[in-house]
Design a protein around this ligand. Structure first.
Ligand code: FEO
Length: 165
């Protein structure tokens, strides 16, 4: 029988990953409306990745003979600020996801569940990359400042160059 506390925490994490997907899709919609298709492309790829993260936890629960209990996904914001403000929001959001994964890792250690610790290694590594990506884009947006050519350059050649959607 899989640990009930861990099952609850992983189910909550599934919800957080699906909310992340929804949040980034809302940001994509904002960028599409602002005629910044590169930023929108990046956000759509990120939304797809978050869905995959949720599904990785989903599959894990069945691998360990536990079960998935889906809850409602919160409504993401409709209004967003500048690209820089949005990426500040992305970085803060990713930091909160990192904290949440670290908390499950601590729980797995406390509950003596090495297989869940091991499964979480992938997510811990992934979060380092997620935070770095957001920080790098934020640095580039700071360089661009309010220069619309700078923003358009990033849209076309940096964010728009992201693979997958
Ligand atoms: Fe699923 Fe962006 O962390």
């Amino acid at each position: 029988m899989f640990n009930a506390k861990l099952s609850k925490a992983i189910n909550e994490q599934i919800n957080k990953e699906f909310y992340s997907s929804y949040l980034y899709l809302a940001m994509a919609a904002h960028f599409d409306a602002k005629a910044l298709p590169g930023f929108a492309r990046w956000m759509k790829a990120q939304a797809a990745e978050e869905w995959e993260h949720g599904m990785k936890f989903y599959e894990y629960l069945y691998e360990v003979d536990s079960s998935v209990e889906l809850k409602g996904i919160d409504t993401p914001p409709v209004k967003f600020g500048s690209p820089k403000e949005i990426f500040e929001q992305v970085l803060e959001h990713e930091k909160s996801v990192t904290a949440s994964i670290n908390a499950i890792y601590e729980l797995a250690k406390k509950e003596n569940d090495p297989k869940t610790e091991l499964m979480l290694h992938w997510f811990i590594t992934e979060q380092v990359e997620e935070e770095k990506n957001a920080r790098d884009i934020l640095d580039q947006l700071e360089m661009a400042g309010n220069n619309s050519f700078g923003i358009m350059f990033l849209d076309k050649h940096v964010l728009g160059a992201r693979k997958g959607d």
